[in-house]
Design a protein around this ligand. Structure first.
Ligand code: SF4
Length: 98
């Protein structure tokens, strides 16, 4: 079962930013990789998704959500999965060291 304890609560104001995302109405396959996608296809798709995120008015909120919720898949706030993993890993390591 998925652990949702780190997700924000159900209050509308915590999620309202999603109404203003530049990805709204776009094909989700641009942001989430299909089964088995690798290499150049994957980097090209991620680059195209990040270009959409670059002009998004709620990029900061989206990125903060994805990092806090530890979204495991997709491009969120201009960050791909491996980039979020690196940030969360650094944050966790520095918290453990202090
Ligand atoms: S930052 Fe990217 S993924 Fe997040 S809402 Fe905007 S366009 Fe969508």
């Amino acid at each position: 079962m998925t652990d949702t304890s780190h997700l924000p609560g159900p209050r509308l104001d915590l999620w309202e930013w999603q109404l203003w995302g530049s990805c709204r109405g776009r094909d989700t396959e641009l942001f989430f990789h299909p089964e088995g996608e690798r290499g150049l296809n994957r980097s090209n798709r991620e680059r195209a998704a990040k270009a959409v995120c670059a002009g998004c008015p709620v990029r900061r909120e989206c990125r903060a959500h994805a990092l806090a919720a530890r979204e495991p898949y997709g491009v969120w706030g201009g960050l791909a999965e491996h980039e979020r993993e690196a940030i969360v890993g650094r944050t966790t390591a520095s918290a453990a060291a202090s």
